[in-house]
Design a protein around this ligand. Structure first.
Ligand code: SF4
Ligand code: SF4
Length: 349
Protein backbone atom coordinates (compact mmCIF):
# COMPACT_ATOMS: atom_id res chain seq x y z
CA UNK A 1 0.00 0.00 0.00
CA UNK A 2 2.87 2.40 0.78
CA UNK A 3 4.11 2.08 -2.81
CA UNK A 4 0.64 2.83 -4.16
CA UNK A 5 0.30 5.91 -1.95
CA UNK A 6 3.80 7.06 -2.95
CA UNK A 7 2.86 7.04 -6.62
CA UNK A 8 -0.63 8.52 -6.04
CA UNK A 9 -1.28 11.86 -7.75
CA UNK A 10 -0.78 14.97 -5.61
CA UNK A 11 -2.62 18.22 -6.07
CA UNK A 12 -2.18 21.69 -4.63
CA UNK A 13 -4.87 22.82 -2.21
CA UNK A 14 -5.56 26.15 -3.88
CA UNK A 15 -3.91 29.24 -2.49
CA UNK A 16 -2.71 27.40 0.61
CA UNK A 17 -0.07 25.81 -1.66
CA UNK A 18 -0.27 22.71 0.57
CA UNK A 19 0.24 19.54 -1.45
CA UNK A 20 -2.14 16.71 -0.80
CA UNK A 21 -2.63 13.21 -2.13
CA UNK A 22 -5.89 13.10 -4.10
CA UNK A 23 -7.29 10.73 -1.48
CA UNK A 24 -7.65 12.04 2.06
CA UNK A 25 -9.47 10.69 5.09
CA UNK A 26 -12.81 12.20 6.05
CA UNK A 27 -15.95 11.22 7.90
CA UNK A 28 -15.75 9.17 11.04
CA UNK A 29 -13.46 6.18 10.82
CA UNK A 30 -12.54 3.46 13.29
CA UNK A 31 -9.15 3.56 15.00
CA UNK A 32 -7.59 0.91 12.75
CA UNK A 33 -8.50 2.86 9.60
CA UNK A 34 -6.77 6.02 10.90
CA UNK A 35 -3.73 3.97 11.90
CA UNK A 36 -3.43 2.27 8.51
CA UNK A 37 -4.01 5.55 6.62
CA UNK A 38 -1.14 7.10 8.61
CA UNK A 39 1.06 4.07 8.08
CA UNK A 40 0.39 3.94 4.32
CA UNK A 41 1.29 7.61 3.90
CA UNK A 42 -1.97 9.46 3.22
CA UNK A 43 -1.43 13.03 4.30
CA UNK A 44 -4.74 14.86 4.75
CA UNK A 45 -7.04 14.06 7.65
CA UNK A 46 -10.31 15.81 8.21
CA UNK A 47 -10.67 15.90 11.96
CA UNK A 48 -13.89 16.73 13.69
CA UNK A 49 -15.78 16.24 16.86
CA UNK A 50 -17.75 13.05 16.94
CA UNK A 51 -18.30 10.33 19.43
CA UNK A 52 -19.66 6.94 18.45
CA UNK A 53 -21.07 4.25 20.68
CA UNK A 54 -17.59 3.68 22.14
CA UNK A 55 -17.61 7.31 23.31
CA UNK A 56 -14.12 7.88 21.97
CA UNK A 57 -13.86 11.24 20.27
CA UNK A 58 -12.72 11.13 16.67
CA UNK A 59 -9.93 13.59 17.43
CA UNK A 60 -8.46 11.29 20.07
CA UNK A 61 -8.38 8.43 17.57
CA UNK A 62 -6.49 10.56 15.05
CA UNK A 63 -4.04 11.76 17.70
CA UNK A 64 -3.39 8.16 18.75
CA UNK A 65 -2.91 7.09 15.14
CA UNK A 66 -0.31 9.80 14.57
CA UNK A 67 1.49 8.92 17.81
CA UNK A 68 1.58 5.25 16.89
CA UNK A 69 3.00 5.97 13.43
CA UNK A 70 6.51 7.07 12.60
CA UNK A 71 5.24 10.25 10.98
CA UNK A 72 5.85 13.75 12.19
CA UNK A 73 3.08 16.26 12.79
CA UNK A 74 4.48 18.40 9.95
CA UNK A 75 3.97 15.55 7.47
CA UNK A 76 0.20 15.54 7.82
CA UNK A 77 -2.45 18.14 7.12
CA UNK A 78 -5.15 18.42 9.76
CA UNK A 79 -8.37 20.18 8.83
CA UNK A 80 -11.26 20.87 11.16
CA UNK A 81 -14.22 23.22 11.50
CA UNK A 82 -16.62 24.62 14.02
CA UNK A 83 -20.35 25.17 13.80
CA UNK A 84 -19.99 28.18 16.13
CA UNK A 85 -21.43 31.46 15.01
CA UNK A 86 -19.57 33.70 17.44
CA UNK A 87 -15.89 34.54 17.79
CA UNK A 88 -15.72 33.31 21.41
CA UNK A 89 -17.31 29.94 20.75
CA UNK A 90 -15.19 29.33 17.66
CA UNK A 91 -11.96 30.03 19.57
CA UNK A 92 -13.14 27.79 22.39
CA UNK A 93 -13.89 24.95 19.91
CA UNK A 94 -10.49 25.41 18.28
CA UNK A 95 -8.64 25.22 21.60
CA UNK A 96 -10.53 22.05 22.43
CA UNK A 97 -9.47 20.40 19.16
CA UNK A 98 -5.84 21.52 19.61
CA UNK A 99 -5.86 20.03 23.12
CA UNK A 100 -7.32 16.73 21.99
CA UNK A 101 -4.89 16.40 19.09
CA UNK A 102 -2.01 17.53 21.33
CA UNK A 103 -0.78 19.93 18.67
CA UNK A 104 -0.31 23.69 18.73
CA UNK A 105 -1.70 24.40 15.27
CA UNK A 106 -4.20 23.19 12.71
CA UNK A 107 -3.45 23.52 9.03
CA UNK A 108 -6.99 24.51 8.10
CA UNK A 109 -9.86 25.52 10.33
CA UNK A 110 -13.19 26.89 9.20
CA UNK A 111 -16.92 27.13 9.42
CA UNK A 112 -19.17 24.12 9.48
CA UNK A 113 -22.76 24.00 8.30
CA UNK A 114 -22.78 27.77 8.26
CA UNK A 115 -25.41 27.72 5.54
CA UNK A 116 -27.65 25.41 7.56
CA UNK A 117 -30.32 27.89 8.56
CA UNK A 118 -31.38 31.34 7.54
CA UNK A 119 -29.40 34.13 9.18
CA UNK A 120 -26.39 32.02 10.15
CA UNK A 121 -24.11 33.36 7.41
CA UNK A 122 -24.84 36.95 8.43
CA UNK A 123 -24.12 36.26 12.10
CA UNK A 124 -20.97 34.26 11.39
CA UNK A 125 -19.48 36.91 9.13
CA UNK A 126 -20.64 39.97 11.11
CA UNK A 127 -19.01 41.88 13.97
CA UNK A 128 -17.93 39.45 16.71
CA UNK A 129 -18.82 36.53 14.47
CA UNK A 130 -17.00 33.25 13.85
CA UNK A 131 -15.08 34.64 10.87
CA UNK A 132 -13.49 37.23 13.16
CA UNK A 133 -12.37 34.38 15.41
CA UNK A 134 -10.83 32.58 12.42
CA UNK A 135 -8.85 35.68 11.46
CA UNK A 136 -7.58 36.07 15.03
CA UNK A 137 -6.60 32.39 15.16
CA UNK A 138 -4.68 32.78 11.92
CA UNK A 139 -2.90 35.91 13.17
CA UNK A 140 -1.86 34.10 16.36
CA UNK A 141 -0.56 31.05 14.44
CA UNK A 142 -3.12 28.60 15.83
CA UNK A 143 -4.31 27.94 12.29
CA UNK A 144 -2.45 28.28 9.03
CA UNK A 145 -5.39 28.82 6.68
CA UNK A 146 -9.04 29.74 6.85
CA UNK A 147 -11.24 27.19 5.25
CA UNK A 148 -13.75 24.47 5.58
CA UNK A 149 -16.71 26.52 4.42
CA UNK A 150 -18.84 23.45 4.42
CA UNK A 151 -22.49 23.06 3.78
CA UNK A 152 -25.11 22.03 1.28
CA UNK A 153 -26.68 25.35 0.25
CA UNK A 154 -24.43 26.00 -2.70
CA UNK A 155 -25.71 29.54 -3.43
CA UNK A 156 -24.70 30.70 0.06
CA UNK A 157 -21.37 28.91 -0.28
CA UNK A 158 -20.71 30.86 -3.49
CA UNK A 159 -21.60 34.09 -1.67
CA UNK A 160 -19.16 33.26 1.12
CA UNK A 161 -16.36 32.32 -1.28
CA UNK A 162 -16.81 35.60 -3.12
CA UNK A 163 -15.91 37.49 0.07
CA UNK A 164 -12.40 36.18 -0.65
CA UNK A 165 -11.84 35.45 3.06
CA UNK A 166 -11.56 31.69 2.60
CA UNK A 167 -8.64 29.60 1.38
CA UNK A 168 -10.44 26.25 1.22
CA UNK A 169 -14.02 25.04 0.82
CA UNK A 170 -15.45 21.67 1.66
CA UNK A 171 -18.42 20.63 -0.44
CA UNK A 172 -20.36 17.50 -1.32
CA UNK A 173 -19.28 16.34 -4.77
CA UNK A 174 -20.75 13.34 -6.53
CA UNK A 175 -22.81 12.56 -9.57
CA UNK A 176 -25.96 13.74 -7.79
CA UNK A 177 -24.64 17.15 -6.81
CA UNK A 178 -24.30 18.71 -10.21
CA UNK A 179 -25.27 22.20 -8.99
CA UNK A 180 -22.16 22.32 -6.82
CA UNK A 181 -19.99 21.27 -9.75
CA UNK A 182 -21.63 23.84 -12.00
CA UNK A 183 -21.85 26.77 -9.55
CA UNK A 184 -19.24 26.39 -6.79
CA UNK A 185 -16.23 24.89 -8.55
CA UNK A 186 -15.77 27.63 -11.20
CA UNK A 187 -15.87 30.35 -8.50
CA UNK A 188 -13.37 28.44 -6.37
CA UNK A 189 -11.08 27.98 -9.34
CA UNK A 190 -11.19 31.66 -10.25
CA UNK A 191 -10.30 32.66 -6.67
CA UNK A 192 -7.77 29.82 -6.29
CA UNK A 193 -9.68 28.30 -3.36
CA UNK A 194 -8.83 24.65 -2.68
CA UNK A 195 -11.71 22.18 -2.81
CA UNK A 196 -12.05 19.25 -0.45
CA UNK A 197 -14.73 16.93 -1.82
CA UNK A 198 -16.85 15.23 0.80
CA UNK A 199 -19.52 12.55 0.24
CA UNK A 200 -18.02 11.09 -2.97
CA UNK A 201 -20.33 8.09 -2.62
CA UNK A 202 -23.39 10.26 -1.96
CA UNK A 203 -23.82 8.73 1.51
CA UNK A 204 -24.02 5.15 0.38
CA UNK A 205 -25.85 5.62 -2.91
CA UNK A 206 -22.86 4.65 -5.02
CA UNK A 207 -21.57 1.76 -2.97
CA UNK A 208 -22.16 -0.65 -5.85
CA UNK A 209 -19.67 1.14 -8.14
CA UNK A 210 -17.22 2.70 -5.67
CA UNK A 211 -14.29 2.86 -8.07
CA UNK A 212 -16.16 4.72 -10.80
CA UNK A 213 -17.82 7.02 -8.24
CA UNK A 214 -14.47 7.98 -6.74
CA UNK A 215 -12.88 8.46 -10.15
CA UNK A 216 -15.79 10.71 -11.11
CA UNK A 217 -14.90 12.96 -8.15
CA UNK A 218 -11.16 12.94 -8.97
CA UNK A 219 -12.01 13.98 -12.54
CA UNK A 220 -13.56 17.24 -11.27
CA UNK A 221 -11.71 20.44 -10.40
CA UNK A 222 -11.00 19.41 -6.83
CA UNK A 223 -7.83 19.01 -4.77
CA UNK A 224 -8.74 16.04 -2.60
CA UNK A 225 -11.61 13.63 -1.99
CA UNK A 226 -12.26 12.79 1.66
CA UNK A 227 -14.53 9.77 2.02
CA UNK A 228 -15.18 8.32 5.44
CA UNK A 229 -14.13 4.66 5.54
CA UNK A 230 -15.46 2.05 7.90
CA UNK A 231 -12.97 -0.76 7.25
CA UNK A 232 -9.33 -1.18 6.33
CA UNK A 233 -10.48 -3.12 3.23
CA UNK A 234 -12.45 -0.05 2.11
CA UNK A 235 -9.44 2.19 2.72
CA UNK A 236 -7.21 -0.12 0.69
CA UNK A 237 -9.72 -0.30 -2.15
CA UNK A 238 -9.88 3.51 -2.29
CA UNK A 239 -6.08 3.71 -2.24
CA UNK A 240 -5.89 1.32 -5.21
CA UNK A 241 -8.49 3.39 -7.10
CA UNK A 242 -6.75 6.69 -6.35
CA UNK A 243 -3.28 5.37 -7.21
CA UNK A 244 -4.52 4.02 -10.55
CA UNK A 245 -6.54 7.10 -11.44
CA UNK A 246 -5.70 8.81 -14.70
CA UNK A 247 -9.00 9.63 -16.39
CA UNK A 248 -12.65 8.67 -16.12
CA UNK A 249 -12.86 5.96 -18.77
CA UNK A 250 -15.78 4.94 -21.02
CA UNK A 251 -16.17 1.84 -18.84
CA UNK A 252 -16.43 4.03 -15.69
CA UNK A 253 -19.01 6.25 -17.37
CA UNK A 254 -21.02 3.21 -18.44
CA UNK A 255 -20.91 1.78 -14.90
CA UNK A 256 -22.05 5.09 -13.44
CA UNK A 257 -24.89 5.44 -15.93
CA UNK A 258 -26.12 1.95 -15.14
CA UNK A 259 -25.95 2.76 -11.43
CA UNK A 260 -27.81 6.05 -11.83
CA UNK A 261 -30.57 4.23 -13.75
CA UNK A 262 -30.78 1.63 -10.98
CA UNK A 263 -30.94 4.34 -8.30
CA UNK A 264 -33.73 6.09 -10.21
CA UNK A 265 -35.58 2.77 -10.46
CA UNK A 266 -35.29 1.94 -6.76
CA UNK A 267 -35.28 5.41 -5.21
CA UNK A 268 -37.33 7.59 -7.53
CA UNK A 269 -36.33 11.17 -8.24
CA UNK A 270 -36.48 12.51 -4.67
CA UNK A 271 -33.22 11.50 -3.11
CA UNK A 272 -32.30 12.51 0.43
CA UNK A 273 -28.60 13.48 0.59
CA UNK A 274 -28.47 12.84 4.36
CA UNK A 275 -27.29 16.37 5.20
CA UNK A 276 -29.47 16.48 8.33
CA UNK A 277 -30.49 20.14 7.96
CA UNK A 278 -34.15 19.24 8.43
CA UNK A 279 -33.72 17.42 11.74
CA UNK A 280 -33.17 20.30 14.21
CA UNK A 281 -36.13 22.27 12.86
CA UNK A 282 -38.70 19.50 13.06
CA UNK A 283 -41.45 20.65 15.40
CA UNK A 284 -42.21 17.04 16.28
CA UNK A 285 -38.65 15.89 16.85
CA UNK A 286 -38.77 13.33 14.04
CA UNK A 287 -35.40 12.01 12.89
CA UNK A 288 -36.24 12.59 9.23
CA UNK A 289 -32.73 11.89 8.01
CA UNK A 290 -32.61 8.48 9.67
CA UNK A 291 -36.05 7.52 8.39
CA UNK A 292 -34.89 8.17 4.83
CA UNK A 293 -31.72 6.23 5.53
CA UNK A 294 -33.79 3.23 6.64
CA UNK A 295 -35.99 3.60 3.57
CA UNK A 296 -32.91 3.59 1.36
CA UNK A 297 -31.63 0.43 2.99
CA UNK A 298 -35.00 -1.20 2.37
CA UNK A 299 -35.37 -0.09 -1.24
CA UNK A 300 -31.88 -0.20 -2.52
CA UNK A 301 -30.12 -2.84 -0.52
CA UNK A 302 -33.12 -5.07 0.03
CA UNK A 303 -32.72 -4.97 3.82
CA UNK A 304 -36.42 -4.59 4.40
CA UNK A 305 -36.50 -6.67 7.55
CA UNK A 306 -33.66 -4.73 9.13
CA UNK A 307 -35.27 -1.41 8.16
CA UNK A 308 -38.71 -2.34 9.52
CA UNK A 309 -37.21 -3.61 12.72
CA UNK A 310 -35.19 -0.43 13.14
CA UNK A 311 -38.17 1.76 12.31
CA UNK A 312 -40.26 0.01 14.95
CA UNK A 313 -37.74 1.13 17.56
CA UNK A 314 -37.46 4.85 16.78
CA UNK A 315 -39.09 7.26 19.20
CA UNK A 316 -41.08 9.27 16.64
CA UNK A 317 -42.40 7.67 13.51
CA UNK A 318 -43.16 9.52 10.27
CA UNK A 319 -46.87 9.22 11.14
CA UNK A 320 -46.38 11.88 13.83
CA UNK A 321 -45.62 14.57 11.24
CA UNK A 322 -47.75 17.65 11.90
CA UNK A 323 -47.25 18.93 8.35
CA UNK A 324 -45.79 22.22 9.59
CA UNK A 325 -43.40 22.39 6.63
CA UNK A 326 -40.35 23.63 8.62
CA UNK A 327 -38.24 20.81 7.27
CA UNK A 328 -38.98 21.62 3.65
CA UNK A 329 -37.94 25.24 4.18
CA UNK A 330 -34.51 24.05 5.31
CA UNK A 331 -33.89 21.24 2.83
CA UNK A 332 -31.15 22.41 0.43
CA UNK A 333 -32.44 20.01 -2.21
CA UNK A 334 -36.05 21.24 -2.11
CA UNK A 335 -37.35 17.80 -1.36
CA UNK A 336 -41.08 17.26 -0.71
CA UNK A 337 -40.28 15.81 2.71
CA UNK A 338 -43.87 15.54 3.95
CA UNK A 339 -44.87 13.44 0.95
CA UNK A 340 -41.69 11.39 1.21
CA UNK A 341 -42.32 10.67 4.89
CA UNK A 342 -45.77 9.31 4.07
CA UNK A 343 -44.22 6.94 1.52
CA UNK A 344 -41.52 5.90 3.98
CA UNK A 345 -44.14 5.17 6.63
CA UNK A 346 -46.14 3.07 4.17
CA UNK A 347 -43.06 1.00 3.46
CA UNK A 348 -41.60 0.75 6.95
CA UNK A 349 -44.53 1.16 9.29
S1 SF4 B 1 -43.56 18.87 8.28
FE1 SF4 B 1 -43.51 17.11 9.67
S2 SF4 B 1 -41.48 16.30 9.50
FE2 SF4 B 1 -41.45 18.37 8.63
S3 SF4 B 1 -40.82 19.68 10.33
FE3 SF4 B 1 -43.03 19.65 10.35
S4 SF4 B 1 -43.57 17.98 11.75
FE4 SF4 B 1 -41.41 17.72 11.21
S1 SF4 C 1 -34.52 15.54 3.62
FE1 SF4 C 1 -33.31 17.23 2.76
S2 SF4 C 1 -32.65 18.38 4.57
FE2 SF4 C 1 -33.33 16.39 5.30
S3 SF4 C 1 -31.50 15.15 5.40
FE3 SF4 C 1 -32.44 14.77 3.42
S4 SF4 C 1 -31.49 16.20 2.00
FE4 SF4 C 1 -31.02 16.91 4.06
Amino acid sequence: MNDLVAKMQERVLGRTKLRTKILGVGGICPQEVYEKAMEYGLNLFDVHEYKDATEVDNRIRIKNALKKSSRKRSEVIFTDRSSALTREKLLEDLDKTLGMLETDYLDIYGLYNVTQATGRVKTATGQGGALQGLKEAKASGKIRFIGGVSGHHHKEIVQLLKTNEFDVAMVAINLFDQDVIKDVLPVAKKLNIGIMAMKPFAKGLFTEVPEAALKYVFSQDISVAIPGMMTVAELEQNIRTAAGFRILSHADNAALKQEVDEIARTQGKNICRQCGYCVPVCSKGIDIKYIFYMERQANRYYSIEWARNEYAQIKKSAAECAECGNCENECPYDLPIREMLKNAHKLLG
